[in-house]
Design a protein around this ligand. Sequence first.
Ligand SMILES: CC(C)(COP(=O)(O)OP(=O)(O)OC[C@H]1O[C@@H](n2cnc3c(N)ncnc32)[C@H](O)[C@@H]1OP(=O)(O)O)[C@@H](O)C(=O)NCCC(=O)NCCS
Length: 178
Amino acid sequence: MVSAAAASDISGVVITALDQQRDLAGVLEIAAASFPRPWTRDMFVEALERAPGTRAFVARSANGLVVAYCVGQMVLDELHVHVVAVGSQWRQRGLGASLLAFFLHAAGQENAVTATLEVRQSNVAARRLYEGAGFVRSGVRPGYYADPVEDALVYWRRRLAGGASERSDDTLGEAPSS
Ligand SMILES: CC(C)(COP(=O)(O)OP(=O)(O)OC[C@H]1O[C@@H](n2cnc3c(N)ncnc32)[C@H](O)[C@@H]1OP(=O)(O)O)[C@@H](O)C(=O)NCCC(=O)NCCS
């Protein structure tokens, strides 16, 4: 949960759907600073305009700068979280947790029942973020990532609020490889 102190550090931040014209430049800056192989503009455009079920949100500061973003995809009643990233100056204030909570809630409102994601084993910050949001580790994909080669941990979060139904645990598998 976001503590009162952390929440006050991000007061004035608003979360909205990602608007390509307004937000993409800021999103690309954060992506470039966050990942060794960041999504390119073309990859974002492909996802936003052509991949069915893509959902994307940004957090913007009081002066309108993009300070965090998330992208995922609705696949039937599952939200596949592709990425959550926070600008380096804005980390460890509860913003990632707030954005992820918003994302999961929004998916639940669309009747998503579960959410899943993969994360690098060494990404302690992301693992804590996801575990704090109720994601449970359910598998490993050996050597899933390149540059550097590393295992992916597979996480699932069950029972998103607002979902039309609840699955029993034994129907949860790993996300299909992409
Ligand atoms: C992962 C990331 C999104 C977290 O965002 P954030 O705004 O700093 O996260 P929060 O402040 O909401 O903290 C969420 C949890 O992660 C923990 N955390 C955040 N940064 C951490 C760090 N560097 N080391 C250890 N734990 C960390 C927090 O303590 C908190 O856990 P808690 O609730 O148990 O205290 C951010 O570090 C980031 O953008 N990283 C680069 C992109 C990335 O790797 N994204 C994830 C894979 S797609």
